[in-house]
Ligand binder design. Structure first.
Ligand code: ADP
Length: 165
């Protein structure tokens, strides 16, 4: 089987936390792929708000009834992870023109270095455009109710009551 016969995509991100914007991209992309591996990037130089363990648990909870989805943690280059899981596609979401400029550069450099891997973009739903993890973290940090921005499978009580780490 060639890499293109196997339609595996990875959806990389920090997901700190995983929002309804992320969830929507994954669910909309599901019919296009045989499998989607959600890759939580664990950049050792980047301080996270929620621990890797929590993010892993929460995303698994959201997709517990979805056999085509796997959640993994990876510390390193996204393209190396593609090779590890034999994925031919990188899935990304686009909200704004600044997302586009940032994503364009990464995707074009990846394409130059690894022509066999395609980056696929889905435009965010209009109602998800303003949702970003930084704002959600601020709401949680200051005791606000962020549950409307979090996937339904997540237990908001657990999310809001436990300390971030
Ligand atoms: P990164 O730090 O790699 O940008 P994120 O967790 O912020 O990781 O985002 C992962 C992917 O999800 C990116 O492609 C990003 O553009 C997309 N994304 C983030 N928030 C949303 C949203 N509200 N709607 C659609 N896509 C989103």
């Amino acid at each position: 089987m060639t890499q293109k016969d196997n339609k595996t995509a990875i959806f990389p991100g920090s997901f700190d936390p995983f929002t309804i914007g992320h969830e929507s991209i994954v669910r909309r992309a599901l019919p296009m792929f045989d499998k989607i591996v959600i890759m939580i990037g664990s950049n050792v130089n980047k301080k996270s708000f929620f621990s890797i363990g929590k993010r892993l648990k929460w995303i698994n909870q959201v997709f517990k009834n979805e056999p085509k989805i796997e959640v993994r943690v990876h510390d390193g280059l996204t393209v190396d992870f593609c090779k590890e899981v034999n994925a031919g596609y990188i899935l990304r979401g686009l909200r704004t023109s600044s997302d586009f400029e940032y994503e364009r550069a990464i995707a074009q450099v990846n394409k130059k270095m690894h022509p066999e891997i395609e980056t696929v973009f889905l435009l965010t739903l209009p109602e998800h455009t303003p949702i970003n993890a930084t704002i959600i973290r601020d709401i949680v940090l200051h005791g606000g109710d962020a549950s409307m921005f979090l996937p339904e499978g997540l237990d908001p009580d657990e999310f809001l009551s436990e300390s971030p780490k």
